[in-house]
Design a protein around this ligand. Structure first.
Ligand code: UT7
Length: 367
């Protein structure tokens, strides 16, 4: 049975920065309150030209470059997102097209902020089953487009961005060792985007009532989060036959510094074991774990052979944890020139659209 190794990583965040002081000009809040209650100082906000697919594609190309793989080597693209570009088509398919990943199956996975962990687990299972060799898992968000900028309970928390991992099959032991996934739909009402789906399709009334914005019962979500972060970490370690002492670093969902603090206390681990960057990006939902991972790797905090725990929670309610032995790029005789593929995806897409247009003429397109 092959092992599923994490061999590439990349992130992409929009340039515009929104500080706490900027927010204080929009709603009744202040820098001190936000920092003390959440640990957040600033977050990134998508420009008009940034979308989950463009941010996700940029992150995926970087991850492929690290893994030294071509987009055409990819068998599967899983895009975890809480802010898909459309109900359908899947954002994963838009990314597949922009990458030019012509061999890949692609689908979106909706498990809110736990989505990246769920996606890693699904990709690893597909690799270990022998069905595929190379997968990309992406977490990508433009939460700023679903935030009520008049609601100080939520607008201070969220930010935009994307992160991606490449997973590859190898006979060498290591890679994803174990994962746990949980859900409790009885808490679905605690964190929700009420309208715009098939239960409450968009109407003038739903828009007037602001039901297309994120609604959150912050206190309840906080209480739930502090319970499950430590318990799911312990559960996944037990499943992998490891102890807390074996773990070099924990990469948690970046929602609130106080939640990460509570997890560290619950696990009786020093906070230094946790990679934290919520101060600079806020809560980027599915993207928060891979963005924190990429920054941790670049700072030398995650090294080959390290045992790393990823742990998160989110709307659904969902929660989960995954433990992996860190690998890095697999040895390869060739060097992929990713610059060429940045353009290739777009050219290929245009050609396909043109081909479809010509076929339409040949087979009698109706105007
Ligand atoms: O990916 C999962 C996403 N969600 C989460 O992880 C959220 C989890 N929950 C939280 O992080 C916290 O509950 C919040 C950060 C959202 C809120 O922190 P809190 O310590 O639970 O504050 P609170 O809601 O109990 O509010 C305390 C006070 C209230 O005033 P009073 O009633 O005590 O006078 C609020 O009105 O702080 C007030 N308040 C604010 N003040 C300034 C609430 N939001 C703000 C604000 N600025 N932005």
């Amino acid at each position: 049975m092959p092992y599923a190794h994490i061999t590439g990583w990349g992130m992409s965040v929009p340039e515009p920065v929104l500080t706490n002081d900027d927010l204080a000009k929009i709603v009744d809040t202040n820098d001190q309150w936000i920092r003390e209650r959440t640990g957040i100082r600033e977050r990134r906000i998508a420009r008009d030209t940034d979308f989950p697919s463009t941010l996700g594609t940029a992150a995926a190309l970087k991850a492929l470059e690290v893994a030294n793989l071509k987009p055409t080597d990819v068998d599967l693209i899983i895009c975890a997102t809480s802010t898909p570009e459309h109900i359908f088509p899947a954002t994963a398919c838009l990314i597949q097209d922009q990458l030019g990943a012509t061999k890949a199956g692609a689908f979106d996975l909706l498990a809110a902020c736990s989505g990246f962990i769920y996606g890693l687990n699904m990709a690893a299972q597909s690799i270990r089953s022998g069905a595929i060799k190379n997968a990309i898992v992406i977490g990508t968000e433009t939460l700023s487009r679903f935030v009520d900028w008049e609601d100080r309970n939520t607008c201070i928390l969220f930010g935009d961005g994307a992160g991606a991992f490449v997973l590859q099959a190898s006979d060498q032991p290591g890679g994803v060792l174990a994962a746990v996934m949980h859900s409790d739909g009885s808490g679905g009402n605690l964190l929700t985007l009420p309208a715009g789906g098939s239960r409450h399709p968009a109407t003038e009334a739903t828009i007037r009532e602001g039901q297309h914005y994120i609604y959150m019962d912050g206190k309840e979500v906080f209480r739930f989060a502090t319970k499950v972060m430590a318990s799911s970490t312990e559960e996944v370690l037990k499943l992998a036959g490891l102890t807390k002492e074996d773990i070099s670093v924990i990469i948690p969902h970046q929602a609130n510094l106080r939640i990460i603090d509570a997890a560290a206390r619950g696990l009786k681990l020093p906070i230094e074991k946790f990679i934290i960057n919520v101060d600079r990006y806020g809560n980027t939902s599915t993207a928060s774990i891979p963005i924190a991972a990429v920054e941790g790797i670049e700072k030398g905090r995650v090294k080959k052979g390290d045992k790393v725990v990823f742990v998160g929670f989110g709307a659904g309610l969902t929660w989960g944890a995954l433990v992996a032995e860190w690998t890095g790029p697999l040895p390869s005789p060739r060097k992929v020139n990713m610059g060429r593929y940045r353009l290739w995806g777009r050219v290929r897409s245009l050609l396909h659209r043109f081909e479809r247009f010509l076929e339409g003429i040949i087979w009698g397109r109706k105007a």
